[in-house]
Structures are given as C-alpha cells and as structure tokens.
Design a protein around this ligand. Sequence first.
Ligand code: LLP
Length: 435
Amino acid sequence: PLTAVTSDQGTLTVGDCDVVDLVKQFGSPLYIVDEHTVRVACQQYRQAFEQFYPGESQVLYASKAWNCLAICALVASEGLGIDVVSGGELYTALQAGVDSAKLYLHGNNKSQDELKLAIANHCTIIADNWLELDLLVELVQELAPEHSPRVMFRMTPGIECHTHEYIRTGHLDSKFGFDPGQFSDLLTFAQKHSEINWVGLHAHIGSQIFELQPHQDLTSVIVSWLEQAHQAGLPMQELNVGGGLGIRYVESDDPPSILTWSQVVCEGIAKACQAKQLPYPKLLCEPGRSLIGSACLTAYTVGSQKTVPGVRTYLSVDGGMSDNPRPITYQSLYSPVIANRMTEAASETVTIAGKHCESGDILLKDAALPPSQPGDILVILGTGAYNYSMASNYNRLPRPAAVLVQAGEANLIVQRETFQDLIRHDCLPSRLQPV
Ligand code: LLP
C-alpha cells in the first residue's frame, strides 16, 4: 500500500513500472525499490531536523538495513551521512563515493583492520567498549594520523521499550555500549587522551519502536551525560540519538510519522540543553528501517499448492527465508498482494510458504488473497529493511536481483546471483578432484 498503485489493467505498478513486466525482464524473485519513496523519507527527516532543531544537524542512514553501492549513493545524494557497522559496509559506502566525513563506524567488536580503515579515511568512530578504547590509543600511537580520529562514546541508556527481544538494544543487559555507571571513568580516560578528538555521545534504544516516550526519555538522559562531560572539561559537541522508528508492515501497525518522531527528538534535545544552559550540540540520528523499509517490495512467482483438509492451504513461492529471514527469525508480519490480480476480491486464506527445506520457512500465515494460479506474481510489501542485507544462500539459492524504479525506468542495482557465484569461493583439494 505504501509505494504501489494499481494500473488500469488491474496489475500492480511501482515507480510507474508494472511489477509483472519487471519480473519478466529481471526474473523472480525480485526486490523492487522505489527511488521516490526513499528520497521522500530522506527529505522528511532532513527537513524535520532543520525545522525543529535550533542547532546544526546531520541525518545518517543506518546502512545495515540495506547496504549496497546504489542505496548508499542514493541516500548520500539526499545529503545524508551513513552509519556503517563493519569494514565491509564501510568499504561499500566509500566505493559508492560517500563523503568519508559523513561516515560513522559502529560495532561492539571492531577489528584492528576496521579501525585502521576508519582512521585512514577520517570516519567518525563510535567507541563501544574499553578494549576498543585501548586499541584506538595504540593505533593512534602507531599510525600517528595527520588528524586525531573523531570518536564518540556509545552509551547504553537503560531505557526499556516494547519491541522484539532480539532488536532491543537500549536496556542495560545489552552487548552494546558502555554502562551508565562507567561514564565518569570514561571521562577520566578521555581527559588523559587528548590525542583523540572526543566529539560526542551516542545511544540507540532499539528498532521497530512505535512509542515516542522512550525516545523522549533518551533526550534528557543523553543531555545529562553531555552536561557531565562539559563539567569535566570535555566540551563535546555532537549527540547521536540512534534510530528505531518503526514502520507499518500490517494494517494494525500504527507508527508515528517521521515528522512527529523528529519533532519529539529535536525538541527534547533542544529543551534539555536550554534547561542546562548548554550550547546546542550538533544533533545526529541514524534511522535505517524508516528510510528504506517501505520503499521496497519482493515479487515472487507462485508455484505448488497443498491443501491439508480442514487445516490450511500452503501456497509455495520461489524464495523464502533466504531472501527474507525476518518471519522465521522474529515472527515478523507482512502484507501480501498478487500483482496480476489487484482488482480481484481476497476470498481465500492461504499460508505463503518459501521453498527451503525447513518447516518454519513460512513467509506469512493465514493471508487473505484472491484465488491464485501457478505463475501468478505474489508480492510481499515493505521488504526494504533487513531483507537483502540479511539474505543468505541457504539451500544454495542464488540471491535475487534488485532493481531501482523511477518514472517508468528500472535499473539493476544488484545482479541476480548465478550457480557459478555459489561455488566461486569453494575449493576442491586435489585428492578430492574427480579422476
Ligand atoms: N543505530 C544503531 C546503533 C543500530 O543498532 C540500529 C539497528 C540502527 C541505528 C537502525 O535502527 P532502525 O532505524 O533500522 O530501527 N534485523 C532486525 C533489526 C536490527 C536492528 C539493528 N540495529 C530486524 O530485521 O528487525
């Protein structure tokens, strides 16, 4: 419902491209990303931060949601910076031409090589733990970089919110970041190490969050840490409040808008700074899902059907948990349509099954759909976030292609993997080679 329109022929179109035609041209399954929807979301965040925050701001894209050359270049063209969590994501963003001054490296176990890559490219590093701080000090000594690396502290804010246990990060029992009880020790460490440019503080409370209160609570917590830093003679000038805004996957989901979320965050930080008479820090946020999630759909081809009398009908498609691991991992819900039957009434209840050798490989239980035939194009909406980026080759399924659509034009942004790609890194020791 978010990016898609029904054509006069009763077929689904995205970015003025007919989904059925796209599958004919690019194959199945296919990720289809609507450029306009991504641009609008980027603009909504940027404009809201400009409108509601009296200081400087920078919106980052949490590229773990979908990191590839085209998506990095697309969000960067809208003025966003990029949050990366590994050498691979960092390398991809650099190769996409993203300005390294707008790159922020996260991670709770960064390797030496990852830190070196970030230092060499003048990316900001979000330090997560003591080992990393010691490593950073050593690396600065060893590499003697021209500019001191820009480093932020990642704090665990201890804020509870109602989302799936696996994607909650802000509560105290989290593998990420420093515990609030360690904050004064952190400041002492920073005071001792002026070879590092301690630019600010970061916190992230979780993902797919619909409540505004936890985000509001975070603003006062993070500003009180900023005040402590200033009092300790460390005039940090950047605050990053993370991401986490949820999106509507099914009709009953009711997330706040990007505008409302941004207003709460911006006004919360501004008010807390005013109350403490602190200068406005540069305010950063790093949404992932809400920038890309609704902008993509996955088109599959319907295959076999099986009815277990009195129980359910399984409708199998040509992908599954390898291109969308979210249902099996988090019991996530999605909304389906049949691209070539958009005007037909949903008169059947079916369970959409993937093609993997795994009973749990069910994309969607009890979906209301029009009666379908093998060869129909079944679409799952809202698959932009954490689908391609979490995809695997389980059962040696080649990963699908992805296209970017806009004004009737479709461009490949990720090629479909081939069987050759699947064995590209396999090695056959000589004693196992066929004689
Ligand atoms: N910043 C940090 C430090 C994060 O850990 C995350 C997400 C984000 C920003 C972006 O959060 P978002 O705006 O996308 O909610 N694979 C899970 C989600 C994992 C989220 C990990 N961190 C899923 O498919 O729901």
